[in-house]
Design a binder for this molecule. Sequence first.
Ligand code: SAJ
Length: 428
Amino acid sequence: MKFNHICIIGLGYIGLPTACMLANKVVKVTGVDSNPDVIKSLIDGQVHIHEPGLQEVAEKALHTGGLHVSDRPVEADAFIIAVPTPFYDDKKADLSYVRSAAEAIVPVLCKGNLVVLESTSPPLTTQNIVLPILERSGLKAGEDFQLAYSPERVLPGQILRELVENARVIGGIDEASAQAGKELYRIFVKGEIILTDATTAEMVKLMENTCRDVNIAIANEFSRLADRFGVDVWEAIQIANRHPRVKILNPGPGVGGHCISVDPWFLVEAAPDLTPLIRTAREVNDAQPEFVVTLLERVLHGVKGKKITALGLAFKQDVDDLRESPAVEVVHNLVKAGAVITTYEPFKTGFQIEGVTAAKSLEEALAEADCLLLLVGHTQFRSLLPSTIAKTTKARIAVDTVNGWKKDEWQAAGFDFYRLGDRKSKPE
Ligand code: SAJ
């Protein structure tokens, strides 16, 4: 199949890098987004998300003319849907963006086209939701056009490399659709391309993220156990991981982001009777911010009225994404408990949380604190020198929830040092 023109719907964390990759491979790409601000900033040559290297590849794609942006799909050889699939308050999948994207393709869908859904979706979405919408065009899936599901599996912070190098799964509604998908992604994917059916590909994606969520949940439970039994969980994990068949992940303030904290719910929603473990893991991870608050209540002898500087709000280190961030949840809970919070998020200094002071600089954030609370292991925070910090703050208590700081260095600089899951550092 020949792909001269590809239309990508959704220019977010996945759609935009994918559009740039394709456009820089001398394919004409139309990037579509319903948000006028996104379109405007791209026309001005500005990328609206922080992802290492993305600004440069986007500039190239926009300047060489391979990438055009538009507020609606246009006729093309292939369509890639890369829109968000959030969840509602009751944890049920919100497929409205997927539906709207498929509906927007209907008027421009032509014989011989390929449509690929990339958005993480509950099992059977391609077959039972996207396919019938596309057939409203009067064309028949598998005969007149091809349809596949291919999940994105890249890690924020390393998207450009992983898009090219990772193995890619492509599930077709039939073999020809999977094969067409392979030809499309071969334009830029160097990793292995594995073909299967659409529903298996949907399940694969959900299984990967659910597996990670369950494994982080057990690490978080270990942190609570270590706290109770006077153990340093980080030391214990390091030792346990010397076993050739054990690989315990890292505990922390909780699990965030738009993937791992959301996707397992799609399986719970699809089959609640079959998923008690998956549900429990989600609940364990969602409760971890409260565990951080309990830790602070203990080390500060109550948080009410205490001035705490929260370092980092992103959902994980070195990204600017605050979606479902456990750090934000910790701050909310501390505010509720009466603490006086200043936040500093270097990747989004303007981000405001109600009842909280958002510092513009590290200096401003540190000055008046009673306690420094490390919530995200940004490289910038990991490399802070406690001896220098001691001169810029009156705080003499440091609490590390991500194992980002060295206990002995902070203690040597005169701080009382506490770490999540480490009751060895200061048992009481
Ligand atoms: N986290 C821990 N402990 C760990 C690892 C992560 O608490 O040991 C936390 C992070 O701090 C963060 C959350 O989990 O809050 C998720 O971070 P992550 O780095 O595990 O994953 P994401 O959400 O950035 O990306 C995941 C990846 N999936 C897997 O590794 C199985 C990525 O490959 C997927 O493409 C992405 O989800 C997605 O889009 O679905």
